[in-house]
Design a protein around this ligand. Sequence first.
Ligand code: FEO
Length: 394
Amino acid sequence: MVVRDILPGIEAVGVIDWHRMAFDDLMDLSDGTTYNAYVVRGSEKTALIDTVEAGFDEEYVTNLIRAKIDSVDYIVANHAEQDHSGSLPLLLELFPMAVVVTTEKGKELLCSLLLIEEERIMVVEENDSLSLGDKTLVFYPMPWVHWPETMVTWVPEDRILFSCDLFGSHLATSDVFSDGSCRLHEAAKRYFAVIMQPFRGKIREYLDAVEALSPAIIAPGHGPAYRDPAEILSLYRDWSSEEGKNLVVIPFVSMHSSTKWMVDQLVDALIQRGIQVRPYDLGTASPGMIAMDLIDATTIVIGTPTVHFGPHPKAANIAYLTNILKPKARYMAVIGSFGWGGKTVQALGDMMPKLSAEMLEPVYVKGKPGEQELVAVISLADEIYKRHHDNHLV
Ligand code: FEO
């Protein structure tokens, strides 16, 4: 990556990871990612905002050399996760006078995860500031975006907010600023789905705080920056709300086509009732895409056969993921078939204690489904329609 100007005295010095296929081995990435890092040069002092993933040190340091950074006073660690802090140990060797600036919790995590010496760390609290001369860094801790130590850094003279993971997107692109494209918005939504979704209550609070600052630029830790922050703020308002859309998501796995037949019947019946529906075959589906649709879904239906005594492992996996993402869905159901026994429906319900969704009557049948089971599937579609209608969604 090259060094790019953001504003006079503020440059982007991070790196592009064009080929990364997965993040935390949790989220599949279709478009790589970036590890954004910035330089803020004041008239008297220089600060670096975040660093990059370890393994990209050489490219990052090359960028600092290209930017002619020969001394650093502060290295702001908005977030201790290694994709932003991974180069800290090297930087502290290269710039022995530099001080790491982070929250109290950030200090604990940096010492624990990266073995940073405590003496190199300055702890900041809400509204604390550091003068760089003609530019100022102001710090706003925003815990649980998505770790407990997270904060954002504000430069009031330029009205630029360095938000790290908040407003980020896993999108490797040569554009340093948003192009307003659907591709970027989908990358940001997928990012929100996996990273921010469980913390959307906190995110809503922080949106108020960010809007109160009225930033001219939001510069996140992944993906492009926003010269029109309303673009990403309005998307975040939508995604973080508790209002679901007229959408049913149906992750399913089928061993001998019985469950798939039931899913197909349910999909048709829901479409006929004016409900948007998205089935995902768990044999091939992207967990990131499912997580993204969970942002909007009012109803989730998991389709699975019984394997031995409980749900198919792929269904159990998506139930586990759904539980940790805590989507806003208000209704759940299980459909599928079994050969001779098991407690699949109860087991799936037990795997999702964090959801506050109403569990609808399952359609769980012995053997190959037929006319009677079709009636039950249609009845489930009617129940879903009734609830979506009651919520003014259809
Ligand atoms: Fe981009 Fe939570 O790290």
